[in-house]
Design a protein around this ligand. Sequence first.
Ligand code: ATR
Length: 471
Amino acid sequence: MDLIIASKSETRQRILSCALISTKAISPQIDEDSITRSLVAENATPRDIADTLAEHKAKKVSIKNPETWVLGGDQILAFEGEVFGKPETPNALKRTLTRFSGQTHRLITANVIYKNAEPVWRHVAVSHMTMYPITEADIESYVAEAWPNAQHTAGGYYFEENPHLFSKVKGNWFDIMGLSIEPIVGFLNRQNSELKFRPPKLAAVLGHPISHSKSPRMHGHWLKTNSISGDYIAIDIPPQRFSETLRVLITAGVLGFNVTVPHKEKALLLSDHRSATAEKIGAANTLVIDVNGKINADNTDGYGFITNLRSHCKHWVPEAGPALVLGAGGASRAILVSLLEAGVPKIYLSNRTPQRALDVASKLSPLIEVISWEHKEHCLTKIMTMVNTTSLGMTGKPPLKIDISTIKPAALVADLVYAPIETPLLKQAKTLGCSAVGGIGMLLYQGVPGFEAWFGIRPVVNAEIEALVIQ
Ligand code: ATR
């Protein structure tokens, strides 16, 4: 079944494609400004303005394509008796944001479907958006940075990139994005009993910064290859707004999250239920939101790490001997907990800043012995597993200076670094006859439990997704 969308909006096309609805986009070329001006002059309500504009777009395209369903959409913001569309200039955007600062405005999303040049369905959604107070300086820097994208969105605040600008939202994510997908899916399914479209489920990775994250590509691939109606996006949240923005996203219907640096500890503290592993690690990387909006927190980093080791090295026996772990940062805690759970009898922990290692060891287990960074090589003859959890050896970071020539050839050496795919440490390990396992697989496997919880299918980790993620 084909649907024409009478719009240039990539966001609306993306929502339909995430719902597995095949579409063709045709730009309707109507003069929105003059239509809006005349409607305002006639004292039309904001609801009527959005609905009329959506109708004009659908009608124009339907006249030339009478046989096909044509969907038109429009968004208008309403505040203190005035309506706001897309900002015309950066200064107009600054004025709009100054008006909205600290206030609640309505975001009206209208969708109309036409067939044979006649309207057959219409829907108007009203979202209530409450913005934090924003200083003039913040408005200046936001507009300077965001204008290229913001100018194309109603109100110009580009919610998908900036949910942290809002203290409260009463509305659904897809309505706010400009397409009321749930009722649209309902309409299409009613037209033909063979159609079984579902509204997309939405999950996101939250971090700061986040643009480097490989998770959207990974989960996007799993959604596509499993033909699931869903989307997975990356959202940058500044640390000081994490809790509030998470609440806003949950209210908007986002049903699952991955959480990365620097929000993992906060995510655990905010959760309503925590897995024992997340509690032990002291951080959460996977959040599942239940039907009552409660947050279930888990930490799948250790699971990802161990599953990756076992899949690359079938003969790895954790009980065979002690492990050496380098680094005592956030990533290290998950590795230590998972190694102990797997049965490693003892762990030597070495960190440049010894106090950090001592703190971690005292919290986690008496089986962890802290050794000095300068003499970390001394334990190599005794260990059967070695893991680098520091960022040393990563592209752009200093090298990891260690001579592992005394390690047993039967030992396994793992590096959490995955750029480059084969670090100098792994190269050294291979020349000594050791098994060497890189970090990319951990990234892939840690995503599996979350994906299954949110979308209902356990995804497969294979060479195809590995190649896609390392691109
Ligand atoms: P992550 O959450 O990724 O583990 P982190 O908490 O910042 O990140 O920890 C980074 C780890 O790499 C720490 O163990 C850090 O050592 P310090 O605790 O002494 O900071 C280690 N690290 C980073 N740069 C390092 C360097 N140049 N030499 C030695 N260790 C380094």
